[in-house]
Design a protein around this ligand. Structure first.
Ligand SMILES: Cc1ncc(COP(=O)(O)O)c(C=O)c1O
Length: 381
């Protein structure tokens, strides 16, 4: 199914090949491959001075091609938010895939267990019931799964709430056939939004210090953590320097939307959405790339060539800007927007228009498309 979808997308968008990035049919998702490569290189170089390795989070990009570039640059594997993303990555040949999230629901757990027949899959667990369900499914599928116990390090989302709970869950896990305890996940998501770098450092270090106490308690109870997975784009150089952390889960660094770009220096914007000026009255221009075309979570999108304008608002199909004499855009002109938040932009599209030197050189499918299984349940699971 995955290959069928990818072939279809490449054909459906193939007429864009060779065209200039500004001449595409808008709204269109554009990835500047030179910039993405530079971002991958920069992250590789930064992490090479730290103990932790990189396990890029691919929930943002949903692209096996991009994941392959990250692996070639030295990433140890990838992590995903959903079982479907994990299946795509595993089927694409990535040998070590972590679902950095809980997988719940009979059908999803069954799909995970069947996919684990073909590649190394690890999943985050924070509840004995979920562990029981996973163990039952892998026994039925004839596969095995590796498991990280997720620890809540301050975000208050997933994760066991204490070291006692972590030890009890580890003791439970080792009794379950088909599951192998591999270590901990402690995602400090509550630190990513912190605009003040000193406060972010202090909060991220406190979160990892706490994770360290859980590692020690597990070790005292006889459970060695070979993997300790944490971090994101907002904390990669803080958490990556923590000697207890073995891998960093940063993902958005590859594109650098406005949300991350405003917080983390050194990376450039690689992802844009093309819009066309479809309405112009006086100083007001309206683009055809509204909130159904570009993610507006946390921070609003901005215009690539006119970063000083703030949007008045984003409606479903309209992005409205009030401009002045610095803006030369006219009705029918195209312009690129930098997404406010890339992860909720990419999943709106079928494909990236991959550009080099401003010309479309390739079409890379986004898989799985949208929310959920994106058709993966049909066929080859
Ligand atoms: C479990 C987990 N790890 C890592 C990340 C970091 O992702 P990013 O680098 O895109 O901020 C996220 C983001 O939501 C996450 O949920």
């Amino acid at each position: 199914m995955m290959n069928l979808w990818c072939d279809y997308v490449r054909r459906a968008y193939g007429s864009a090949l060779g065209r200039s990035r500004r001449e595409l049919t808008s709204p269109a998702l554009i990835m500047d491959l030179d910039v993405a490569r530079r971002n991958i290189q920069f992250m590789t170089q930064r992490l090479s001075t730290m103990r932790a390795k990189l396990r890029p989070h691919v929930k943002c990009q949903k692209s096996p091609e991009l994941a392959r570039l990250q692996i070639e640059a030295g990433a140890i594997g990838v992590c995903t938010a959903t079982v479907w993303e994990a299946i795509v990555m595993s089927q694409s040949g990535i040998r070590d895939v972590l679902i950095a999230n809980q997988v719940g629901g009979r059908e999803k757990i069954g799909a995970l267990a069947r996919a684990a027949r073909h590649g190394r899959l690890t999943v985050a667990v924070d509840h004995p019931q979920n562990a029981d369900d996973l163990s039952g499914a892998v026994q039925a599928a004839g596969s095995t799964l590796e498991v990280l116990i997720e620890v809540d390090v301050g975000m208050g989302r997933g994760g066991v709430r204490s070291a006692d709970e972590a030890v009890a869950l580890a003791q439970h896990l080792v009794k379950l056939p088909g599951l192998r305890f591999r270590g901990l996940q402690g995602y400090e998501g509550h630190c990513m939004l912190e605009p003040d770098r000193a406060t972010r450092i202090q909060k991220a270090c406190a979160a990892m210090d706490y994770l360290g106490t859980v590692i020690d308690r597990l070790s005292a109870a006889g459970f060695a953590c070979e993997a300790v997975s944490a971090g994101g784009t907002g904390t990669y150089d803080i958490t990556g320097n923590n000697p207890r952390v073995t891998e960093i889960q940063a993902g958005s660094y590859v594109f650098m939307d406005n949300f991350h770009g405003n917080l983390v220096p050194g990376f450039s914007r690689a992802l844009t959405v093309l819009g066309t000026v479809v309405i112009q009255h006086g100083r007001t221009i309206v683009l055809d790339s509204g909130r159904k075309s570009v993610g507006i979570d946390f921070v609003l999108p901005t215009l690539l060539d006119y970063p000083f304008y703030q949007a008045r608002y984003f409606a479903e199909e309209h992005a409205l800007f009030d401009v002045d004499e610095r803006c030369s855009l006219k009705l029918g002109d195209t312009v690129e927007l930098i997404p406010g938040y890339a992860p909720t932009t990419v999943n709106l599209y079928d494909a990236y228009h991959v550009v080099e030197k401003d010309v479309v050189v390739d079409i890379w499918p986004i898989v799985p498309r949208g929310a959920g299984h994106g058709g993966l349940l049909i066929g080859d699971l």
